[in-house]
Design a protein around this ligand. Structure first.
Ligand code: ATP
Length: 700
């Protein structure tokens, strides 16, 4: 940005020095506004990168227009191209647009949006990875993104320029008609309209292609950014435990990201194009209004047509705003209700068997009916509101077609304007009105955009809060210790509401000494394991874990991901980590020989396997992963005693270097552990380890 600011300042000085004294000298306001632009660009060093791209493109626009005008003042622009040089005021208009962008960068809601949008433009991933030679040209993907937005903005500018040329074409075409000049008419068709049309198509296609590629890649990046952040450091788990106010993260990551990107691009580029259209056509319309008197009087009003268009749009905008305001809240609610309904259905699929066994269909139907009723009631509210807005919008827009003719018609009959000017005026009036009423037509988009932005912001905030849980003292500190031991010092475990449930002053678990943790239900055994595994964020004290050693925890209800059986067994290792022969041997060891030939089968294994089979599968994972420490939280509770014994024996034989720590209620488990720790709730409601006993490890 600094460089662009310096270039603009130097160029403006050059324009000033060079063009003065020429016959067609550049108006003084052009270099002066150039200096202002340089100042703005300098100030804008710290604003959002997304907005800086827009400012940069306005700076480029300024340099092109002012540069071309300076060349023209020396007579250096070939005659054929002279018609393409925009008027000098466009250079200054670019400066005012840049000022506007700089100004809006301070508006809170714009800041919120750019905070969501900016990270992609800083992506350091290699551009070549996704964009081939184009990416290699710019280095990082972030820079490719900047270039693509710049191209999109440039194509939009060209389209506005072409629009102006079309407007002039209207005037000349209709004047040729009024004068019954066939040569001029055909010239306008073949040599003006057709070339304009070709350019128009080329730029439309370019805009469409770059815009589409950009949106797809941005969505890929942002989606990945969100689900990585959500999953990293157990943030998704902490958000659930802490009850963070961010319902349906799945919807935020899938639907909201997509619509945020679509609307950000549509609204920002449209706004920019509308602004450029507005300024250019306002100037045109102002020029056309010369000599127009206020209807019914002899009073000349400068720029009368501009004022009429402005008044027309203003009334429309205010009324639309009043009618459409409730849509923002309704759109927000709609997203939420849809997501709740989808989630209920997905959950039902997951727990189909339990619901069928409990004959819960009626209860589920009532539940689904309830959440779907929310969806429908809100849809109806939205439709009612939309009907009002659309009804108004359609009538207002349709009226705007005839309105300029109604207004300008009398001037034509008084022969103050030609037919071409009437046509040009009507077209310019509609362009000005369309730009001014951009807010009117974009109202529904803006409303749902605001809802989307809110949902992403609350999601980011919830993730931010969850990321800090358990990181500020007092918290459970997890230290890496050189000894191969798990040590607990002054550990206090709390619930999210601050209630203390467990206290352990000192506990040392040594390698090679299997430990059984007992205690009544609810005494905090699982929560202790969560703290040992480093995912429980509430409490204080210290947990020392052996440096460079692996700790694996098997919960009572194993998680079985979607996909084939091989992937389910290898989890959390990536598919292909283990040889099929090894997997098959392990399956036989844990008592699942029937699954040996089904490694490629893609089924819903979480529902297909019995509770005991799922636990065996989880133990098979541990046998494959060979952790240094294995924490078994009632991980074999669904097995019969004999199978449980076999499984424990298999662990002891196949993982001789692994230390196991188990939670279990069965007395038979004691035989596989050298030490027992009882967590007992005390009178103050806090559990403490009251009794530890050592027993000789049984052979075999
Ligand atoms: N995320 C949570 N939010 C609030 N309370 C929780 C949460 N997780 C656990 N608790 C509470 O903490 C207490 C201890 O739970 P924990 O699961 O550790 O007990 P446990 O000793 O393993 O029980 P069981 O033997 O029945 O499995 C319980 O009262 C439980 O309701």
């Amino acid at each position: 940005m600094k460089l662009i600011a310096i270039v603009v300042a130097v160029a403006s000085a050059a324009f000033l020095a060079l063009s003065q004294g020429q016959v067609n000298a550049l108006p003084l306001y052009v270099p002066v506004s150039g200096f202002i632009l340089a100042g703005l660009l300098w100030l804008a060093r710290e604003i959002s990168i997304f907005l800086r791209i827009f400012m940069g493109m306005y700076a480029l626009g300024y340099l092109l227009v002012a540069g071309a005008k300076t060349l023209a003042s020396f007579g250096l622009v070939p005659e054929a191209l002279e018609a393409l040089v925009p008027p000098a005021f466009m250079a200054t208009a670019s400066v005012s647009f840049a000022a506007l962008v700089y100004g809006v960068s301070f508006v809170p809601v714009v800041r919120t949006i750019t905070n969501l949008a900016d990270p992609y433009f800083y992506s350091v991933r290699s551009g070549a990875e996704n964009f081939g030679w184009f990416g290699r040209l710019f280095g990082s993907e972030g820079r490719v993104a900047v270039a693509m937005v710049a191209i999109i903005i440039a194509t939009n500018f060209v389209q506005v320029g072409l629009n102006i040329k079309f407007n002039l074409w209207y005037r000349d075409l209709f004047d040729a008609l009024q004068n019954k000049n066939a040569d001029a008419f055909w010239y306008q068709i073949w040599w003006v309209f057709i070339p304009l049309l070709v350019f128009w198509i080329i730029f439309q296609l370019l805009d469409f292609t770059v815009d589409t590629i950009f949106r797809i890649r941005w969505r890929q990046w942002l989606t990945e950014h969100y689900f990585s952040r959500w999953l990293d450091r157990s943030t998704h788990y902490k958000m659930g435990v802490a009850g963070q106010n961010a319902d349906n993260p799945d919807q935020r990551i899938s639907v909201d990201v997509a619509s945020f990107i679509a609307s950000t691009m549509t609204l920002s580029t449209q706004m920019m194009a509308q602004l450029a259209t507005l300024v250019s056509f306002t100037v045109l319309l102002w020029g056309l209004s010369e000599g127009f008197t206020f209807p019914g009087t002899a009073v000349v009003v400068p720029g009368l047509l501009v004022w009429v268009a402005a008044a027309y749009s203003l009334v429309g905008t205010v009324l639309t705003h009043l009618i459409g305001r409730p849509l923002i809240r309704l759109d927000f609610l709609q997203e939420k209700f849809e997501a709740n309904f989808r989630f209920s259905l997905a959950r039902l699929r997951e727990y189909g068997e339990q619901v069928a066994l409990l004959r819960g269909a009626d209860a589920e139907k009532a539940n689904l009916r309830g959440s779907f009723a929310d969806v429908i009631t809100n849809v109806i509210d939205i439709l009612k509101r939309r009907l009002k807005i659309e009804g108004f919008r359609f009538s207002w827009q349709q009226m705007s077609v005839a309105f300029p003719y109604l207004f300008m018609g009398p001037y034509f009959f008084l022969e103050r304007i030609t037919l071409g000017q009437l046509q040009q005026g009507a077209q310019a009036f509609n362009q000005v009105n369309a730009s001014l009423s951009f807010f009117i037509s974009a109202y529904t988009t803006l409303a749902s955009y605001k809802a989307t932005v809110d949902r992403l912001v609350t999601f980011e905030e919830a993730m931010g809060r969850a990321e800090t849980i358990g990181t500020v003292p007092p918290h459970i500190e997890r230290k890496q210790a050189p000894d191969n031991a798990l040590a607990i010092r002054n550990l206090k475990i709390d619930l999210p509401n601050g209630q203390r449930i467990l206290e352990i002053d000192r506990l040392d678990l040594k390698a090679g000494e299997p430990v059984l943790v007992n205690g009544p239900s609810g005494s905090g055994k699982s929560t202790l394991f969560r703290a040992l595994a480093g995912i429980w964020p509430y409490g204080s004290g210290e947990v020392d874990v052996p440096e460079g050693r692996t700790v694996m925890l098997l919960p009572q209800r194993p998680y079985i991901p979607q996909g084939n059986l091989r992937d389910a067994i290898s989890y959390p290792a990536v598919a292909g980590t283990y040889d099929d022969a090894v997997i098959k041997a392990v399956l036989a060891t844990v008592g699942l020989p029937a699954l040996i030939d089904r490694l490629d089968d893609d089924e819903n294994w979480g529902q297909r396997l019995s509770g005991g089979e799922q636990q065996r599968l989880a133990i098979a994972r541990a046998l494959l992963a060979k952790p240094d420490w294995l924490l078994l939280d009632e991980a074999s509770s669904a097995l019969d005693e004999k199978s449980e014994r076999l499984v424990y024996k298999a662990i002891a034989t196949m993982l001789p270097d692994t230390t196991i720590v188990s939670i279990g209620h069965r007395s038979t488990l004691a035989a596989f552990h050298a030490r027992r720790i009882d967590l007992q709730p005390m009178e103050d409601g806090v559990s403490r380890p009251v009794e530890t006993e050592r027993v000789p490890v049984p052979a075999g």
